[in-house]
Ligand binder design. Structure first.
Ligand code: NCD
Length: 300
């Protein structure tokens, strides 16, 4: 796999291979510290980012690679009107791998067609966020011991939330998945993703309230309303996970969120062992290390 731009590139086998490598890296990081000695990584972020950019940078440094980056693409020639393809052509002559986040849904495909070095998609518009969903399924597998049979509730912004779209894509590679969706009406899951689930024989239940989500659900996956991606004001999140709410679910239910959170998850559950969103974010480092090794041909 020379690029990772979409979750639909993965088979169950290639996904498991990457997750296994990330697990080995997490257990034994020192074994990997020189793997990318002498390599240069160029992260270019045309949209805000904290976790994704810094964990991609950490992952590169932990493998011994060096980084060239503008702090933010607004400081790059994009500000002068340079096209995405020209920026990519130039960076591909400097670096051995490009990590890119962009607000256009098609940006990753465009980047691949103009780059002679591997491209990793760090978020493309509302469409995809493969590195996030790889760390999400890594976390689910780590916590549950397996991904098959996962019962998951997706909450928040199911329209513009690219982490949701990519996660559903990866989960559809597994057996026995069942999904409950809970959001404000304006943010319900688009038909094309419902159809994708149906095509994989995955049952989707659209819910009107938390009481329609089973008590023994495995994962509550909340997301932020992506207000920067649409005009108009649809108000704040109505469905909040707090201590009182979480007490209605069993001990095996984990709470996930790609972060940043706004009001979706109350801080009063942060110390509950079922709240795994910080651990989830930390898993971004071994998973992104595994992504670099995969696209740069160093995966065993
Ligand atoms: C997500 C994103 O950028 O899509 N953040 C992240 O990468 N962890 C989710 C969000 O911004 O709400």
């Amino acid at each position: 796999m020379n690029n990772i731009i979409s979750c639909n590139q993965f088979t169950r086998e290639s996904l498991e291979k990457l997750l296994d490598l990330a697990k080995k890296i997490k257990e034994n990081p020192n074994e990997y510290k020189n793997k990318l000695d002498g390599k240069i990584i160029a992260p270019i972020f045309f949209e805000p980012s904290t976790r994704t950019r810094l964990s991609f940078e950490t992952a590169a440094l932990r493998l011994g690679a060096k980084i060239i980056a503008t702090e933010n693409a607004q400081n790059s020639s994009t500000k002068k009107g340079e096209s995405l393809q020209d920026t990519i052509r130039i960076l591909a002559g400097y670096a051995d791998c490009i990590v890119m986040r962009h607000n256009s849904d098609d940006s990753a495909e465009i980047a691949v067609s103009y780059s002679k070095v591997p491209i990793i998609n760090a978020g493309s518009g509302k469409k995809e966020h493969p590195s996030q969903s790889l760390l999400d399924v890594f976390t689910i597998r780590e916590k549950r011991g397996k991904i098959d049979g996962t019962k998951i509730a997706i909450l928040g912004d199911l329209v513009y939330g690219r982490t949701i779209h990519s996660l559903l894509e990866l989960l559809s590679l597994y057996d026995g998945i069942e999904v409950w969706g809970l959001s404000k009406e304006a943010f319900r899951l688009p038909e094309k993703y419902k159809k994708m689930l149906e095509d994989h024989n995955i049952k989707y239940h659209e819910c009107a309230g938390f009481d329609e989500i089973p008590r023994d659900i495995d994962v509550l996956y909340h997301t932020r309303i992506q207000s920067e991606r649409f005009d108009g004001d649809f108000g704040k999140e109505e469905f909040i996970i707090n201590k009182a709410l979480l007490s209605k679910f069993l001990q095996n239910t984990i709470v996930m969120h790609p972060l940043p959170r706004l009001d979706e998850i109350s801080e009063d559950i942060d110390d509950d062992p079922r709240a795994v969103y910080f651990e989830q974010a930390h898993n971004g480092v071994p998973v992104r290390m595994a992504m670099y090794l995969t696209v740069m041909g160093y995966a065993e």
